[in-house]
Design a protein around this ligand. Structure first.
Ligand code: ZN
Length: 397
């Protein structure tokens, strides 16, 4: 099982230069490979010969064969990894199932996120040692300090170094054996996702919209407006020092949001995975669509996407069962006590954001069949818990 930890690194000035060179080298290799790829493809078309079509291996061999002298001063693994990343990007592009199937593009200096990947980095005495090209002397190669200890034991497989607005980070992926199998349980949890909180069993909920997050959202909106104004005021020459300063602030706030969201989600998922063996969640795409614009819509939407992503891999790690409830399942309309379903035709009408047409109470679910009055969120959670693969056919839709 592969587990990844992202740690901020503190290279000395010499290694900072090495890392910056590798950022540029990765961009160089990417563009070279893409160019070669396109050329090979064109010639296969012109000569009408399928054997000439490009592949990751062909492009890599060509690049290795034609290496310039200075390239021997750079990590050979970065070249290999870059070409295989391009290969993957092409495969994604031709796979309609992938959500992000963008055509691989040349990377300009301006729009390049500095990053590179190597599969030969090692950890020595708690420090990160990048793979040293043979041409470089041992005395010119320094271990890199990690600002927090590594959590996983096992072999370090892949190391990706990335520059973010607040420093340089290493994503370290380990092949680990420590598959902590949690105790076998037989308990189902339903997670009802709301804009400000997740509700789950027995009226429990967690706040996913702390004051801090709200402040970040407000700042992001503010900085975005400020930048837009500057662009409008001076369309031909807006990239001033002031402009870039604001942009950096904006990027820092995005980073803070993403970290805070990740923190909330990690804690929540760890908790429910420890306590329950089967997790029922709504199809969150639909939920995200109905959100108000005010509350950082796109940012909250990305939170829902992340919840599903984290649950998917954590359930796989710990042998838990993840059930994504059908998007047509009316979890807010059903009575979890008797199974009655509110529709536009039934007495009282549908349950909407402001209750039904008789009781305009957002917080309550009034059942006009069995007479029970339930908390709206608890009712939805209980319906999610009851959901199984036969539910939809029983509902007749
Ligand atoms: Zn009922």
């Amino acid at each position: 099982m592969i587990k990844t930890q992202k740690i901020k690194i503190q290279p000395n000035s010499h290694m900072t230069k090495v890392i910056n060179d590798l950022f540029n080298y990765r961009r160089y290799i990417w563009n070279q490979s893409l160019n070669l790829w396109n050329e090979m493809y064109d010639s296969s078309l012109i000569l009408n010969d399928k054997k000439l079509r490009p592949s990751g291996a062909k492009v890599r061999n060509e690049l290795v064969f034609n290496k310039a002298d200075w390239q021997f001063q750079r990590s050979a693994r970065v070249l290999q990894q870059t070409v295989s990343q391009l290969d993957k990007a092409w495969k994604n592009y031709f796979n309609p199932k992938m959500s992000n199937h963008m055509k691989p593009k040349f990377k300009s200096k301006k729009n390049y996120k500095p990053t590179f990947t190597t599969d030969r980095a090692r950890l020595v005495k708690g420090k990160l040692v990048l793979d040293k090209p043979k041409e470089i002397d041992k005395s010119e190669w320094y271990p890199i300090k990690l600002i927090e200890p590594v959590r996983f034991t096992g072999t370090l497989k892949i190391c990706t170094i990335t520059e973010l607005p607040d420093g340089v980070y290493a994503s370290l992926s380990f092949e680990t054996e420590d598959n902590k199998n949690l105790p076998k349980l037989d308990r189902v949890v339903g997670v009802d996702v709301n804009v400000k909180h997740f509700n789950y069993n027995d009226g429990k909920s967690i706040n996913i919209y702390p004051k801090k997050l709200e402040r970040y959202y407000k700042r992001i909106t503010y900085y975005q407006r400020l930048l837009a104004k500057k662009r409008l005021a001076n369309p031909n020459n807006f990239k001033t020092i002031r402009y870039n300063k604001v942009k950096t602030k904006l990027r820092l706030n995005y980073l803070k949001v993403s970290r805070l969201q990740n923190d909330i989600l990690q804690k929540f998922t760890t908790k429910i995975i420890a306590e329950y063996s089967e997790i029922h969640i709504e199809d969150l795409d639909v939920r995200a669509m109905t959100m108000s614009k005010k509350m950082g819509k796109n940012l909250q939407r990305s939170l829902f996407g992340k919840l599903r992503e984290i649950l998917t891999y954590k359930c796989a790690w710990y042998n838990r069962n993840l059930v994504v409830v059908d998007r047509l399942y009316p979890s807010t309309q059903l009575c979890s006590n008797c199974g009655f379903r509110k529709t536009n035709e039934t007495y009282g009408g549908k349950q909407t954001l402001s209750g039904d047409s008789i009781h305009h109470n957002h917080q309550k679910y009034y059942c006009y069949n069995c007479g029970v009055i339930l908390d709206r969120d608890e009712n939805a959670v209980n319906n999610l818990i009851k959901y199984n693969d036969k539910t939809m056919s029983l509902l007749g839709k």
